[in-house]
Design a protein around this ligand. Sequence first.
Ligand code: NAP
Length: 514
Amino acid sequence: MPSAAPSLAPSSGSSATRHSYAIVGTGFAGLGMAIELKKKGREDFIILERAEDVGGTWRDNHYPGAACDVPSHLYSFSFEPNCDWSRVYPTQPELKRYLREVAEKWDLLPHIRFGHQLNAAHYCEHSQRWQLETTGGNYNVGMLISGNGGLAEPRLPDIPGVERFAGKCFHSANWDHSYDLRGKHVAVIGTGASAIQFVPEIADQPAQLDVYQRTPNWIIPRKDRPYSELEKAAFRYLPGVRLALRSKIYCHNETRILGMVLHPSLMKLYERMALQHIRSQVKSPALRERVTPSYPVGCKRVLISNDWYPALQRPNVSLLSDGIQEIREHSIVDANGTEREVDCIIFGTGFYATENPIAQIIHGRGGQSLAEAWRDGEEAYLGTTVNGFPNLMLIVGPNVTLGHSSMVYMIETQIQAISRLLDECEQRHCAEVEVREAVQKQFNRALHKRLDTSIWATGCDSWYKHRSGKITQLWPDFTFRFRAMHRRFTPDDYQFSPASAAHMAESHASPSIN
Ligand code: NAP
């Protein structure tokens, strides 16, 4: 059994604490992976968490109005249903609470090293183990599983002078609730998924709110409502009702991939819906024109909101769409040269989705970093394993993000796949597993052939793309195909290596990956 493998014993003379597995992050990915390890009796793992609580993106993004745009009954673990979701779309506090309860129920807290930020990870080819440096100490682990999330590192805009601003400023992912916006002149930069949620929530507070839009988004109505007590009781006592709802949401979302990848003309349906939304909510023809995108619907993430357009039309709110020339100590100068004084800037400018900083600190064979391996754009095999990086598993790695459904489904798929690989390693008594280079290349050739004709390649700029133009974030198919491809597990796709002499010596003669 993995938990009883002799290799788990601490190695003598090393200041690093030894474990079989280290997981990074305590969002859906990290917690879900930890639960799967426990289910299989693999108890010798730690979870590195840089913050002081669990929750990942749903802990960090506590800006006013933060909520998920995937319905709650699908955006949750299949094995941990929650009958008490308050409404169709879960709010951030509910999601954070859900994740905390899951972590407690599965007794994961003793495994979590809070306040431990991963600073460096080096693969030692001799011992076939990862050496980790964290803010809380060093670790030596058999396998590194990254569940740190694709949207974990806030990105500030590359606007000249941004660092000179002397007023109050914060990113949507680091919201400062102690700062009173009332009566202030506030600027919001960015009009993406986060901004369209927090702007309507705060719009009544500042004396003046300037919203700087670079590119408008396609926005459709948000069909949200609270669940009644009767519905919650039905979910609780008639599991079939909850399962039927989950399946209905899942199937409905899957149909969206038809337009995004297979028949982009189908996206016209969404375009009609979004244009009607603008017509019904925006009175001024000039404003209608400025909020109407000029790229095909779906090229960037389609957003859902009922209160974004009304917020923009408040007397104290201005939508400024001429671009920003520079930021000065107390003002923002737009592309026309108009300077506007501001007390506070809120950056709703997104995250390092591509070129995630964690890629710079993970070093595989020959000391090469993931960032170096990915200089032309991130790539992996089925979003999970990367040639040149043995014993590294990525959850929500390259091309796993979705534009159409629940990431929790993708995360669960990857967790199961990683578990299967671990089982295979154990059966083969191997100490190292790595995807073959040719397999990774062939997979990516087919993937990008499909992506090249998708709606995401129709000319817009988005965080789905690496700066090379390669679409490195999205999965261009049905999610059940992702699962089927993972389930069609072919051991020959991987190189399984026996334990080296150094591994055997360090691991007290255990040939296992642990
Ligand atoms: P985002 O969607 O990437 O939006 C960033 C915004 O900042 C865009 O409007 C972008 O304009 C603008 N921007 C970036 N750099 C700029 C610059 N230098 N000058 C001017 N404007 C600039 O980021 P986000 O809103 O934080 O959302 C990121 C992702 O998080 C979402 O797509 C979604 O997957 C997830 N999310 C989900 C939810 C949810 O489930 N409801 C909520 C929040 C976030 P351009 O469009 O021109 O680049």
